[in-house]
Design a binder for this molecule. Structure first.
Ligand SMILES: C[S@@+](CC[C@H](N)C(=O)[O-])C[C@H]1O[C@@H](n2cnc3c(N)ncnc32)[C@H](O)[C@@H]1O
Length: 255
């Protein structure tokens, strides 16, 4: 049964963007799929009976959870269309609950594991939200998540002289927040990747299709200038590239 929470104004653009492209998300989210695979290697050896997944989207990481026998699986996402896509795609176990809403401000029951793949970069208050998530973990519960570091799409921000709309914290900033929220870090990892596209327009389209437009341009002349400069500065024989910095964390809350 799906339950929904009303959303604040500030998240409406994010919800709209993820909902609009939910249908085509799986086709274009190659990187997120690879992140989900790597994040699965951070799962604890003994999988707890009760699991909460934050920002489940269309279920790219949920599939890895469903490979284990689970008693309770709570799936959360802020964008209703992403969850709808997941429900149409996956066979969910009987003990599965869907909670549509902003994980930064909603209440969940206590679980033994919280997981999130490629979601925490969207948090407005990562520090406060980590503390909130800590309160939903029965000690000693596990938190595993992947997110994007500050080198992600740096070429765009440089070309367009714009700040990222997402919170791109460094590995060490996340580690500090994890400790401050009351967790002990078990392990972490980072990797840098480059993805290639025939040209800047194709790259921009791909970002749009995964709900992750890195900037908002008001004038089409600005957009034309950006495309021209990006094509000039970041072209290789394989096409234009974009950098992604991927971060992974596994932590335990204290007893
Ligand atoms: C890049 S997608 C990742 C989806 C999925 N975890 C995956 O691995 O493909 C980010 C997801 O986080 C959700 N999201 C963003 N902010 C959120 C929040 N505050 N609370 C819950 N979900 C959120 C978005 O709606 C979107 O589905």
């Amino acid at each position: 049964m799906a339950t929904r929470q009303p959303q604040g104004e500030s998240n409406s653009a994010l919800i709209k963007s993820f909902s609009k492209y939910a249908r085509g998300y799986d086709k274009h989210a190659r990187l997120q799929k690879q992140m989900a695979e790597r994040l699965a290697s951070f799962l604890p050896e003994i999988i707890p009976d009760q699991i909460l997944e934050i920002g489940c989207g269309t279920g790219l990481f949920t599939q890895h959870l469903l490979a284990h026998p689970l008693k309770t699986l709570i799936l959360n996402d802020i964008a209703p269309d992403m969850v709808e896509r997941l429900q149409n795609k996956l066979t969910l176990p009987r003990g599965c609950q869907i909670k549509v809403g902003n994980a930064e401000s909603m209440e969940f029951q206590q679980v033994g594991l919280i997981a999130a793949n490629a979601v925490f970069q969207w948090f407005k208050s990562p520090s406060e939200t980590l503390k909130l998530l800590d309160s939903y973990l029965k000690p000693p519960g596990n938190l595993i998540f992947s997110t994007f570091g500050p080198a992600t799409l740096a070429e765009f921000r440089q070309t367009a002289s714009l700040e990222s709309p997402a919170s791109l914290l460094t590995l060490s900033q996340w580690k500090k927040l994890i400790h401050k929220a009351g967790f002990s870090l078990i392990s972490s990892a980072s990797e840098t990747r480059k993805s290639f596209f025939p040209d800047t327009l194709a790259l921009l389209k791909n970002l749009q299709q995964i709900g992750a437009t890195p900037y908002r341009m008001t004038h089409s002349s600005d957009l034309r200038r950006l495309i021209k400069e990006y094509d000039e500065n970041y072209s290789t024989q394989q096409g234009v590239y974009a950098t992604w910095e991927l971060l992974y964390f596994s932590a335990k809350n204290k007893t």
